[in-house]
Design a protein around this ligand. Structure first.
Ligand SMILES: Cc1cc2nc3c(=O)[nH]c(=O)nc-3n(C[C@H](O)[C@H](O)[C@H](O)COP(=O)(O)OP(=O)(O)OC[C@H]3O[C@@H](n4cnc5c(N)ncnc54)[C@H](O)[C@@H]3O)c2cc1C
Length: 473
């Protein structure tokens, strides 16, 4: 029996701990999390004024998030997620109110969205003709070809491929900003190419959008905790790891106790992993090169509707700040709706670094301009308008950053494994990336040689469209 300590109870640490416990029940697994809840950056915060639990930001998932959805299923949390029955990505003309969707039709990938794309009013015919060639090229790219693009920024690559500024702003740039949390002009072309190949053009079902049916903490924490404990994992909440020592074998040092163990998984954001593993120059050097980008979450709580009844979410075309609107009423269960709230609108501001210092009133002005300007007849002032700023939301996938995303087994010779959405998973810093990193660390620790293109064999399969037991949005 080996004692294994996992440091960090975000999705990467939880996945690692659970995967090890499931695959190797004889081992003793201890998960240590500094906060009172599991879930890490997928969390809700109590608003001091209203007392409401509000998500740090809108968190979207997609059907292509295989490992994340396997985790959800393994933890009995299927009710926490709703997935679109069919891809539908509405784009909204702010002011005019025109809505047009990109959706999948009858053609095979990568052309499954071609039907809706032909009718898409926010791009010209020549934009669309030029895009077809690039879509084909992206969908046929090998992983070696993709990796070779890491030193380029994606905008530069798109310009070289003849893409118009309008197509970059309204199509390519939007997806990069929303999924990689970085403007297209700063994004690694390698990770951007991966996003389009894997997320949009590789599989007709990949981009079915998913939403949480309650606040993030309620959706995840109780399910994760129960499942870990049922699997024999000892979960220590509100316990911070201060250091790791190798002087007398491996030891994890907390304020009140020191835990001896055979192996450790460090599942922390990159700057914290660098601090805990400061004796490893290869770790410190890499994390010093990685930057963060922020995300800002806005919650507007209205006493009456401000969006049309059928509205689920939409991309706001050409809007740099109010980039998207999500109708929380369409996502969350009725009994989770706070009393007296007629409409709950949630707005994620991806890569909001420029606006971190803005006051709430400035965001409200923008929000009012967009929503009132588009649906003037429905407008009513929000009773509460809350802005939550997360500075270190995701690592920044800048050109050249792939080399600093460390392999989970880099320092495994010392019994230490690294997980976290920033480690090398090929995926951007997402919930899926976090779970994958945890599974890769577990696989390496277990000597299991898992192929991440295949499902994690100890957990239920990810949901196919139309599968029973999964909720539809
Ligand atoms: C505002 C916001 C919006 C986002 N939106 C999306 C989205 O829509 N879709 C999507 O897929 N992804 C989204 N992401 C990204 C996603 O949430 C993260 O990539 C993922 O949750 C990271 O998981 P992790 O386990 O790698 O790290 P974390 O979640 O940061 O987990 C690390 C854990 O370690 C704990 N910890 C830190 N120090 C110590 C210590 N010394 N001892 C013990 N524990 C410690 C922390 O409390 C934390 O719980 C968003 C992120 C943010 C912040």
């Amino acid at each position: 029996m080996t004692r294994i300590v996992v440091v960090g109870g975000g999705l990467s640490g939880v996945s690692s701990a659970l995967a090890i416990a499931d695959a190797s029940p004889r081992d003793e697994v201890i998960l240590i999390e500094s906060r009172a809840q599991l879930g890490g950056r997928v969390s809700s915060i109590k608003d001091p004024k209203s007392g409401l639990l509000l998500d740090n930001c809108q968190h979207a998932c997609f059907r292509v998030y295989d490992c994340f959805l396997q985790l959800i299923s393994r933890c009995g949390a299927r009710n926490s997620i709703k997935l679109q029955a069919k891809t539908d990505l509405p784009f909204l003309q702010v002011g005019g109110g025109r809505l047009a969707s990109l959706s999948d039709g009858r053609l095979e990938p990568p052309n499954h969205m071609a039907g809706s794309m032909i009718k898409f009013p926010f791009l010209s015919l020549s934009d669309k003709i030029a895009m077809r060639k690039v879509i084909k090229e992206l969908s046929e790219m090998t992983s070696e070809q993709m990796s070779a693009l890491d030193d380029l920024n994606f905008e530069q690559w798109l310009i070289e491929k003849g893409q118009s500024q309008r197509a970059i702003d309204r199509f390519w740039g939007f997806f990069v900003l929303a999924a990689l949390n970085i403007p297209v002009s700063q994004a690694s072309a390698a990770l951007s190419a991966f996003l389009f190949q894997r997320g949009l053009f590789g599989d007709a079902h990949a981009f079915d959008v998913g939403a949480f049916t309650s606040d993030l903490s309620d959706s995840l924490h109780p399910h994760l905790l129960r499942t870990l404990e049922e699997s024999g994992v000892e979960v220590k909440l509100s316990s911070k790891v201060n250091s790791i020592s190798r002087e007398n074998g491996l030891e994890v040092c907390l304020r009140e106790e020191t835990i001896s163990c055979g192996k450790i998984v460090v599942a922390l954001p990159h700057h914290l992993a660098g601090r805990l593993l400061s004796e490893y120059s290869e770790v410190v050097e890499a994390v010093d090169h990685l930057e963060y980008r922020s995300l800002i979450g806005i919650h507007a709580l209205h006493s009456a509707e401000v969006l049309p009844e059928s509205f689920t979410f939409a991309v706001c075309v050409d809007e740099p700040i109010i980039q998207m609107l999500f109708n929380r009423n369409s996502e969350i269960d009725e009994d989770k709706m706070p009393e007296g709230v007629g409409q709950w609108v949630s707005v994620p501001v991806s890569c909001g670094d420029e606006w971190l210092d803005w006051g709430d009133e400035q965001f409200l002005e923008e929000y009012r301009r967009v929503v009132k300007g588009t649906y003037p007849d429905l407008w009513n002032e929000p009773d509460s308008f809350i802005v939550i700023r997360s500075r270190n939301a995701t690592f920044a996938p800048l050109p050249g950053s792939e080399q600093y995303r460390l392999s989970q087994d880099l320092i495994s010779k010392d019994g230490i494994y690294i997980a976290g959405a920033w480690t090398n998973t090929d995926w951007p810093s997402t919930m899926e990336g976090a779970v994958r990193s945890g599974l890769l660390a577990a696989s390496s620790l277990l000597d299991d040689n898992w192929n991440p293109e295949k499902k994690w064999r100890w957990w239920p399969s990810p949901p196919k469209r139309g599968e029973d037991g999964w909720r539809v949005w």
